[in-house]
Design a protein around this ligand. Structure first.
Ligand code: ATP
Length: 346
């Protein structure tokens, strides 16, 4: 069964195409992250699915039912916002129950569901508090509780953790993921944070300028990025993308000498992740420009010819500026992209 199905979705804001022919489906009980840089159309897509804005064209189905023209309340979904959107004058219990009372769920059923949700979210001791008397993390739990108590099969979340500090955010990520699994609901989760998307989602939909750049499991985006954009958006530091040249025996990194392929460079560029480079006895000579030490590892900025690249090495390598190192890599770690379109080439 399908959770959310979006087909050829388009949204214009005046003359600007914020969502440009987006199509995707989520399975039932799947956790899908809608990821991309600021302004790529994530929130707009989510708001179209929620019915908070109307589509320019395209269709939306929730749990196999077409909801494109329906009002938000008729779509059978819940939503969690970045701002929490709690009522300041209501306590925790009433904030969580708000949606149910307007939907006409009986008092007895409301109390039963409330107990289950506050137990799930660990909010039992805070029921009488108002939002202003709680921490950001507690308020976000209340916002989640209000969405989850509606027991809709689909829950949309728009950057729900971005107001929390890094430590709390990490804890809430696993909490939300565990809740989603336990309740068996579909979650579509908007974030600009690739770590969040990669660590939480069954599948990631990466948007760029209003279109889907790559949709797939996190490992696929990392290991087989569909384009230079994906390769550089996923992973920190991003994948090195280097110009190629045709040498005597095939292609090389422009400014370098180690053969990459037996074929001519042919309008391709070469991609290699910083963590897939290593220092070897005989490889591609590179000059160390600077280093940044992070404790467990060090990021070295290097140069091959006039091309800059980064390399991640374990620990503190003691390679001062100006050192010439020989770089090696596994053939499996090499990526090639079309230089003009940016698309992956096998
Ligand atoms: P962010 O991570 O910064 O929230 P986003 O990927 O969620 O970004 P959207 O909020 O969907 O991006 O916005 C996509 C584009 O549409 C942006 O250029 C934005 O300025 C524009 N936009 C969004 N809402 C409106 C609106 N109500 N009226 C006009 N333009 C809008």
């Amino acid at each position: 069964m399908v959770g959310i199905s979006v087909t050829n979705l388009v949204k214009h804001w005046g003359g600007f195409k914020a969502v440009d022919d987006v199509s995707f489906q989520t399975e039932r009980a799947e956790f899908v992250a809608l990821l991309g840089p600021s302004g790529c159309g994530k929130s707009t897509t989510l708001r179209l699915i929620a019915g908070l804005d109307s589509v320019t064209s395209g269709s939306i189905a929730i749990a196999d039912r077409d909801v494109t023209g329906l009002a938000p309340a008729k779509r059978n979904l819940s939503m969690v916002f970045q701002s929490y959107a709690l009522f300041p004058h209501l306590n925790v219990a009433d904030n969580i129950l708000f949606g149910l009372s307007v939907r006409g769920v009986s008092k007895a059923q409301q109390q039963e569901r409330l107990k289950r949700i506050v137990d799930l979210l660990g909010l039992g001791h805070l029921l009488d508090r108002r939002p202003s008397q709680m921490s950001g993390g507690q308020q976000q739990r209340v916002a989640l509780g209000r969405a989850l108590i509606s027991e809709t099969p689909v829950c949309l979340l728009d950057e729900p953790l971005s107001n929390l500090d890094a430590k709390l955010r990490a804890g809430m990520r696993s909490e939300i993921r565990a809740l989603q699994k336990r309740l068996g609901i579909t979650m579509l989760y908007v974030t600009h944070d690739q770590t969040e998307a990669m660590s939480m989602a069954d599948r990631v939909i990466l948007l760029n300028k209003g279109h889907v750049e790559h949709a797939g499991p996190p490992a696929e985006l990392y290991e087989k990025p569909a384009s230079v954009f994906v390769a550089q958006f996923i992973g920190t530091p991003p994948m090195n993308i280097l110009d190629m040249a045709t040498g005597a025996n095939g292609s090389v990194i422009a400014g370098g000498s180690r053969p990459l392929t037996h074929a001519a460079a042919g309008g391709l560029c070469f991609g290699i992740r910083p963590e897939h480079l290593r220092v070897v006895d005989k490889g591609e000579p590179a000059t160390v420009l600077s280093s940044e030490y992070f404790g467990a590892d060090t990021i070295l900025a290097c140069r091959i010819g006039s091309q800059a690249l980064q390399m991640r090495v374990t620990g503190r390598p003691g390679l001062p500026e100006g050192t010439v190192v020989e770089l090696g890599w596994d053939p499996d770690a090499m990526h090639f992209f079309d230089k003009s379109s940016g698309l992956r080439r096998e």
